[in-house]
Write a protein that binds this ligand. Structure first.
Ligand SMILES: Nc1ncnc2c1ncn2[C@@H]1O[C@H](COP(=O)(O)OP(=O)(O)OP(=O)(O)O)[C@@H](O)[C@H]1O
Length: 874
């Protein structure tokens, strides 16, 4: 409102200064001047704002009154001014509209007109550079100081549109606002220039002579100077106020330029004109003004609402801006605070880092110092420890040396003690042996003493009886002491005689045992040191072939003959003949014979082994003839022989003999020795050597197992192991039992604790390989090699037996020609007893082999081997 007031009432010092400003400013100035100086003064306080004036349009009476006052004032002023200035036209034309415009619209009117006349697009942006505009912009008037607010057109503009309005225009009702608006600005400028206008008017209305009519200030035609500029300079055809034209009174033209007529009449006339004009204006013009003002008011209302809205928006924006500003300030404050904090933090961090660095440096220095001290301590401690370690080492070494010396000394002492202990042990053993011998003797003595005691007891009983009799007799013969003494002497003699008889009996017993052995050996020698038994196995259910014709002519007598009917031959005459092959041996066992029958005949040889002789019993015959059955079956020769040895050894114990038995089981296969009690996988790989002790006539084999046969179970276990190994080593093409020679070696060692005699005998039980002669054409490869070796060994056996049969003293015996004969060297010949079983198959298919075997056995049977020597040690 201040701006409005200011624009309406500028300070005095500015008045008339800014003439180069807008027309509005200048015109306002001019109007003020008019009001203040020459126009009818109206209180400034009564001047109203545009809004108030706009609101007054709805009160036409007030507006009309105001307009009426304004018009009256303007006319009056004009008239007065015209009168004072000596020219009516010079001020009337321009001031009237000015006064009118001022009263009608003022700046608001100008603004509304301007806003209407200007394109809407420029309303919001266009801002004329006027002093008024600046003043308004700088003012607090919200209606005009907004940047987006279209600046109202200057009052000059307003007046430009209104200034040309003359009273006549209102009187004639030809006021056309639009036309006024459409007038070019140049027109308004020209009219706004007060001085030229005045001058122009002065030219237009020159001083006329008195008789010339005074131009009536009627409203000119609404033709703008621009539309018809020539007319402005053309001689005026306006109606001049003359006395005739008005009141018919002569015009009073004075020297001062005004017609001199009756002033009061003129005034009255003018007033009448005024009244008429006023009445007209109060009609159409006021309605027009009212409508215009209504339009303006509505526009201003909408604009006001828009401005209010914009104001609200601006307020919102302002508040937003304030908030943003506050936020920025706050943010700036926070950032400042943060910066300060950051700086403080950086400062503190730097300080802390400095402290840390300082502490770290101090710690590092301290650590280094401590490390140095620690190293020095360590070095010192190490030196100290080294010294101590050296001392300790020296001390320990000394102790070790001392301990070594002490240990060596103790070792020597222990060795000495061990030697002593060994010596003592040996002495103890010797003493034990002697004691054992003495014990045996004592036992024998005890036995003899027992018998003696028994005898003495018996004699004592007898003696007691006799004593009782003697007592009876004593009592009977108390009177005869001499007879009692004789009876005592007799009894004493009888006791001595009994003891003498016992001693003689013992001596006779030992002599008889010695005699028995001697006689037994003589019997064996008489039987021959090599004997041949023949055994014919029975036909088996599995046998498919026909039996051969084998006869046993003396089966009921001596059983020494066997007759084999040879194969039938057809003579040229068609007669079928067959040869009869009689064979005679030491004993012939038929198919019904049992192993026990066989053993009865060989048990004497087993006894010879116990007596210290080397005995060799071997079975000869073709495959399947019953060799293994005879030798190794459950009731074969080996088990029965061992059983006999156990029994005999036990019986000989009372005669002072103690026997130990050791058994080995080997085979000769392809001229190689294999241990049947060893590992079957090493058969034919592991080499075993045969070593002979010629002095002791004892044979040993390297690397073979020897089993103590203390019990029958140990013997059976040994036989099973040998049988399993032969089965494992067997193949489909190689029945090991028939392609190798098995030799069971039983060594018997006996000691007589009474006589001190010692005997060592060997019992060899040999199961020879199959003796069948295989044709060389039928055998090949491994089979041929086996056959060759078997034939060789059996041939060598025959050669050895033949050589032994020749009986040449110191003659060569080819034992070394085969492994078998070499192994049995001390069991074949004069130093041994030999028994050969020739086993016969009962089948016709085997007849040829049977005859061959019997011929070989006959050859052996006819061999005389020298006297066997008993291995006895004293
Ligand atoms: N006196 C006998 N009484 C009953 N059966 C016998 C008799 N002799 C042998 N046999 C049986 O005849 C078969 C062959 O006997 P055995 O194996 O002892 O012959 P072998 O000559 O040892 O053969 P190989 O040389 O192949 O070992 C066996 O089944 C055996 O039981």
């Amino acid at each position: 409102m201040r701006a409005t007031a200011s624009s309406m009432m500028p300070p005095p010092e500015q008045r008339g200064v800014k003439h180069k400003g807008t027309g509005c400013r200048w015109h306002a100035q001019s109007s003020e001047d008019i009001y203040s100086s020459r126009a009818v003064p109206e209180p400034v306080a009564k001047r109203k704002t545009l809004t108030e004036r706009a609101g007054e349009t709805s009160r036409p009476n007030s507006v009309a009154a105001s307009s009426t006052r304004a018009v009256n004032g303007a006319v009056r002023n004009t008239m007065q001014s015209g009168l004072r200035n000596g020219g009516f036209s010079s001020s009337t034309a321009p001031r009237f509209p000015s006064n009118s415009s001022r009263n009608i619209s003022g700046s608001s009117m100008a603004s509304s007109v301007s806003s209407i006349s200007r394109p809407p697009s420029t309303q919001s942006n266009y801002r004329p550079h006027t002093v008024m505009g600046h003043s308004r912009s700088a003012s607090t008037n919200s209606q005009f100081n907004h940047g987006t607010m279209p600046r109202p057109t200057s009052t000059v503009g307003n007046h430009n549109g209104i200034l040309p309005l003359s009273v006549s225009a209102y009187q004639t009702g030809t006021l056309n606002v639009k036309k006024l608006r459409d007038r070019p600005k140049s027109y308004f400028r020209s009219t706004s220039d007060h001085s030229p206008l005045t001058a122009k008017h002065m030219k237009t209305f020159p001083r006329t002579p008195r008789q010339q009519p005074v131009p009536v200030p009627s409203l000119p035609k609404p033709k703008t100077p621009s539309q018809n500029p020539s007319r402005s300079n053309s001689p005026s055809k306006e109606v001049f106020l003359t006395r005739e034209s008005t009141t018919k009174q002569p015009a009073l033209i004075t020297d001062s330029g005004f017609a001199g007529w009756d002033v009061e009449d003129r005034i009255q006339s003018v007033e009448q004109m005024y009244t008429q004009l006023k009445s007209q204006m109060e009609g159409d013009y006021l309605r027009f003004i009212v409508s215009e003002l209504e339009t303006i008011r509505s526009q201003l209302s909408s604009k006001n609402s828009m401005l209010v809205q914009e104001l609200e928006d601006i307020k919102v924006k302002l508040s937003t801006t304030n908030l943003t500003l506050e936020e920025r300030q706050q943010r700036n404050t926070e950032e400042d605070f943060k910066d300060q904090q950051r700086r403080e933090l950086d400062k503190a961090t730097r300080a802390a880092q400095d402290d840390v660095e300082r502490v770290r440096k101090e710690a590092k220095d301290e650590t280094e110092r401590l490390l140095r001290l620690h190293k020095e301590d360590l070095a010192q401690l190490e030196r100290h420890m080294k010294d101590e370690a050296q001392d300790e080492k020296r001390r320990r070494n000394d102790e070790i040396e001392e301990l070594k010396k002490e240990r060596d000394q103790q070792l020597q002492n222990v060795e000495g003690n061990i030697g002593k202990k060994d010596q003592e042990l040996q002495d103890v053993r010797n003493e034990l042996g002697r004691t054992t011998v003495e014990l045996e003797r004592e036992k024998a003595l005890v036995l003899s003493l027992k018998s003696t005691i028994n005898q003495i007891t018996t004699e004592k009983v007898i003696m007691d009886t006799a004593n009782r009799e003697m007592h009876a007799k004593i009592s009977f013969l108390e009177s005869s002491n001499q007879s009692q003494s004789q009876a005592f002497e007799e009894m004493k003699q009888r006791m001595q005689q009994a003891m003498d008889a016992e001693s003689v009996a013992n001596q006779k017993l030992i002599a008889e045992e010695t005699l028995r052995r001697k006689l037994h050996n003589q019997v064996q020698e008489l039987k021959g040191n090599i004997r041949v038994f023949c055994r014919v196995r029975p036909s088996l259910e599995s046998d498919q072939e026909d039996p051969a014709k084998i006869a046993f002519p003396d089966a009921e007598a001596d059983s020494k003959e066997v007759v084999v009917q040879g194969p039938e031959k057809e003579s040229s005459l068609g007669k079928i003949t067959s040869t009869t092959n009689p064979f005679s041996f030491d004993r012939v066992f038929g198919p019904t014979s049992q192993n026990s029958d066989i053993f009865d005949e060989i048990s004497q040889l087993v006894q010879s082994a116990l007596d210290g002789y080397n005995v060799c019993i071997f079975c000869y015959g073709q495959t399947g003839s019953g060799k293994t059955y005879t030798m190794s079956s459950a009731d074969g020769m080996i088990p029965l022989a061992v059983k006999q040895i156990y029994d005999t050894a036990a019986s000989l114990e009372e005669k002072g003999w103690k026997y130990t038995m050791e058994g080995s089981f080997v085979e000769v296969y392809n001229e190689n020795l294999n241990d049947l009690l060893g590992d079957a996988k090493e058969f034919d790989k592991k080499k075993h050597e045969i070593r002979h002790d010629t002095e002791k006539c004892k044979t040993t084999i390297t690397g073979v197992a020897t089993v103590q046969l203390d019990t029958p179970e140990a013997l059976q276990s040994m036989l099973n192991a040998a049988s399993n190994n032969r089965r494992v080593a067997a193949t489909s093409a190689n029945q090991r039992s028939s392609r190798s020679h098995s030799v069971f070696i039983l060594r018997l060692t006996g000691r007589n604790s009474v006589t001190g005699e010692m005997s060592e005998g060997t019992l060899n039980l040999v199961d020879l390989a199959g003796s069948e002669r295989l044709s060389h054409s039928q055998a090949e490869g491994q089979r041929l090699k086996e056959t060759q070796n078997i034939n060789k060994s059996l041939s060598c056996l025959g050669d050895v037996i033949g050589a032994l049969g020749q009986g040449k003293e110191g003659g060569h015996i080819p034992y070394r020609n085969s492994k078998l004969t070499y192994l049995l060297q001390f069991s074949l010949g004069g130093n041994s007893k030999t028994l050969m079983f020739v086993m016969i198959s009962p089948l016709q298919a085997h007849l040829q082999e049977t005859i061959t075997s019997l011929k070989f056995a006959t050859k052996v049977h006819n061999t005389h081997i020298g006297t066997a020597k008993r291995q006895v040690k004293n």
